[in-house]
Design a protein around this ligand. Structure first.
Ligand code: TYD
Length: 210
């Protein structure tokens, strides 16, 4: 590989992103890849502090503009500290959410618009896009139920059903518009094992492992 490879996981609540990331990491590690796993917002000491502010259920008074900028601030720090140096070093970086979460949640659902958010994303990531993006598409009610069972709702998860439906519709639209390139939509209503298999096959194909 010339440079590293960036894989992102996207989708609404309860799609099983973190479970699938653990499994993908195991597959890739046993293939001998040097893997870095990160989540957004978060992933560095500074970005985790920003995460606390932007997601705390206490901060219901946060302005949407503040929310937009805090997600970007956490991202800018993470890319500079870890993502870009890791890619430069030829590693595979697996991310639990990144720029497309801002396009969906802030751009399309909160209404700031895709264009503005992509401009900010480009500043935060230094024009870096994932090479491969998995959209784990789960039925909204099932997803919220899974999330509740996992315990503890953050500020975004406390939004109403209508909000979460809009999130899902926005992801479907974005993935459809970009289906020829990096986006792969996965039916996350299926079993964990079935989803794992599909993801691993796609990654193997993308990395020419088979
Ligand atoms: P998290 O608990 O990590 O959720 P999940 O397990 O669903 O990934 O919370 C992240 C929340 O922040 C999630 O509701 C999506 C939201 N978010 C944005 O609104 N914009 C962003 O740019 C990012 C990265 C996340």
């Amino acid at each position: 590989m010339q440079k590293g490879f960036l894989i992102s996981f996207e989708g609404g609540e309860g799609g099983g992103k973190s479970t699938q990331i653990v499994r993908l990491r195991e597959h890739m590690t046993s293939e001998g890849f040097d893997i870095v796993v990160l989540r957004e917002p978060g992933g560095t000491a500074i970005s985790e502090q920003i995460r606390d502010v932007v997601l705390s259920a206490k901060n219901i008074g946060i302005a949407y503009t503040t929310e937009v900028l805090l997600f970007q601030a956490a991202r800018a720090q993470l890319y500079r500290e870890i993502v870009l140096p890791s890619l430069e070093a030829g590693k595979v970086v697996i991310m639990d959410r990144t720029r497309d979460s801002s396009v969906v949640y802030q751009g399309m659902v909160r209404g700031f618009g895709k264009e503005l958010i992509e401009q900010l994303n480009n500043i935060s990531t230094k024009d870096t896009y994932p090479d491969l993006t998995f959209f784990l598409d789960v039925d909204v009610t099932t997803g919220l139920q899974r999330q509740n069972d996992a315990g503890g709702n953050n500020r975004m998860e406390m939004e109403n059903l209508e909000f979460h439906k809009k999130v899902r519709d926005a992801y479907v639209q974005l993935a459809r518009e970009n289906s020829e390139n990096r986006w792969v939509t996965i039916d996350a209503n299926k079993s964990i094992d079935a989803v794992e298999k599909t993801i691993w096959e796609k990654v193997q194909t993308a990395l020419e492992l088979r």
